[in-house]
Design a protein around this ligand. Structure first.
Ligand code: COA
Length: 164
C-alpha cells in the first residue's frame, strides 16, 4: 500500500541515496554525474528536518520524496516552488510520482496563489510527467535555455469587485 508521510531527519541517508541514483539514471548525459557522500547525506538530513518535505512509502519502504518552498531563483516569497521530486529508480512508472506531486500541489495551493517548478529542457521524462499532472510550460527559461519552467495557478490574486 502506498502512503505519504512527512519526511524526518532520519530519512536523509535513504533520500540522498535515491536522489543520486535517480539523478544519474534520469538525467544521463544531460547533467554531470552526482555522487553520494557524507556531505550530501548531511545536507538532505538538514533539509528534510526543516519541514514541507514528504516521503512516499510502499509497504513501509521509501519509494520517493517531494518538497516545496518559496521560489528560490528568482527569490519570491509570494510564489511557491515545487523544489525536488524524486522516485527511486525501481519504482518508476508505477504512479508513485503522481501521488507525490498530488500531495505537493495540495500543499502548495494551501500556502500560495501560484507556483513554479524548473526542469531540464529536452527531458521528456519529467516534462511529460509535469504536463500530465496539470502544470503548464512557460516561455521563461534559465541557464541559457537549459532549464525550462512550468507554472500552476491556484487562485487569482486580484481582489474580486463587490457586487450587490
Ligand atoms: C519524473 C519522476 C518523478 C516521475 O515519477 P514516476 O513515479 O515514474 O511517475 P508516474 O508513474 O506517476 O508517471 C505519471 C506519468 O508521467 C509520465 N512519465 C513518467 N515517466 C516517464 C518517462 N520515462 N517517459 C515519458 N513519460 C513519463 C507519463 O505520462 C506517466 O503516465 P503513464 O505511465 O500512464 O504513461 C521520476 O521519473 C523520477 O524521479 N525521475 C528522476 C528525477 C527527476 O527527473 N525529477 C524531476 C526533475 S525536475
Amino acid at each position: 500500500m502506498l502512503t505519504i508521510r512527512p519526511a524526518v531527519r532520519d530519512d536523509g541517508p535513504e533520500v540522498a541515496r535515491m536522489y543520486v541514483d535517480a539523478w544519474n539514471a534520469g538525467f544521463g548525459d544531460l547533467m554531470p554525474t552526482a555522487v553520494l557522500d557524507d556531505g550530501r547525506v548531511a545536507r538532505w538530513s538538514e533539509t528534510l528536518a526543516g519541514g514541507n518535505w514528504w516521503v512516499a512509502e510502499l509497504d513501509g519502504t521509501i519509494a520517493g520524496f517531494v518538497g516545496i518552498g518559496p521560489s528560490r531563483d528568482p527569490i519570491d516569497p509570494e510564489l511557491g516552488e515545487l523544489d525536488t521530486i524524486t522516485v527511486d529508480v525501481p519504482y518508476w512508472r508505477q504512479g508513485v510520482g503522481t501521488a507525490l506531486i498530488h500531495k505537493a500541489t495540495e500543499e502548495l495551493s494551501a500556502q500560495y496563489d501560484e507556483a513554479i517548478l524548473w526542469t531540464l529542457a529536452n527531458y521528456p521524462q519529467a516534462q511529460n510527467f509535469y504536463t500530465k499532472n496539470g502544470w503548464t510550460l512557460t516561455t521563461t527559461t534559465r541557464d541559457h535555455g537549459h532549464q525550462v519552467s512550468y507554472r500552476r495557478t491556484f487562485r487569482s490574486s486580484t481582489p474580486r469587485a463587490h457586487t450587490r
